[in-house]
Design a protein. Sequence first.
Length: 360
Amino acid sequence: MTSTAGPASPYDRHHERRTVSDTTGVIVLGACAAWSLITASAHGGRPEGVLLAVLAVAAGYASGRICGSLLPVAAPCAGALAGLGLAITAPHTTPGPQFASPLGHAGAIAALLALATGAACCAAWAARPPKLRLALRLLATGIAVTATVLGSTAGFLASAGVLLCSLAADRMRRALGLAGLALAAALVTGGTWAIAGNVLPDGLASSLEGRLTAQRIQLWRDALDMAGQEPGLGVGPGRFPELSSTITQSSSPDGMPHSAPFQQAAEQGLVGVVLLAAVFCWVLYALWRAPRPTPVALTAGAALTVLAAIAAVGNALSFPMVTAGAGLLAGLATASPLHEETPGNAVDQGRRTRSGQLGP
């Protein structure tokens, strides 16, 4: 008997890819929440911070998917303005360099500026009128300029990096670009472990310590010691402050290790570090499978990679507005607009013409 069913349509293939990426996200975020409860039960602790971060990412991602489908240009533009407003009105926004002090709030401001720049650039790539696209790129440039006015060196570097990556995304293949972003995040994270493990040459180590501050590096070493003592389950969520000798001896402790990977390693063991990396990999996978033009996906990926780098050396992910903003940007960049978008570059156009479908 001959089957009358024809080959799967582009819409069916696209729907199948989206289902896989969405299911993966649910599993990864659910595992993060469950593991925090498991480690808290084993050693005590307060998993509320992790649960709030997971909720913020999930809520932001869902909101971004909905808003990005309905308003692919207006939604990221509004998100960029909101992120800029939060950075400007942050209570610890003061004149003067903020790369090293205060340790946590400077990273949060830089992260907000990077996400705002990424959202503005995504809106620019989604816009069709040339004048509107130019205006949105000027908005992204203005966000970087605002970082200098706020005295945030890290914020300026983060915003400028996202803007440059977005401009270069027009002629880059999606898979290659996302692979490069993953490698960049891995190098930054590996660099922090090399600094904390004191395996770098003396000259380079001294230079980096001057930029990162000795207190921050000592916090990382405390986290490594805790991870070495409890590599499986960690010491428990939220227990780093009470077990860190650096924090107990500090005159102005804030109770944080100032690095998301080190915090996960200390409080939730190696499994926690793997789950944190899995969340980042899932976002890159979702961007790879997204139906949006490649420049939009790579721009969002660049902003989220900058956030990952900031989180590796600071406390950015401890702020719900940052985690929610990251989820929102990822959702906007992976949404399915109601109206088909024009491919953003010649590479995309050629590939889509040959395959007869959206997506990578």
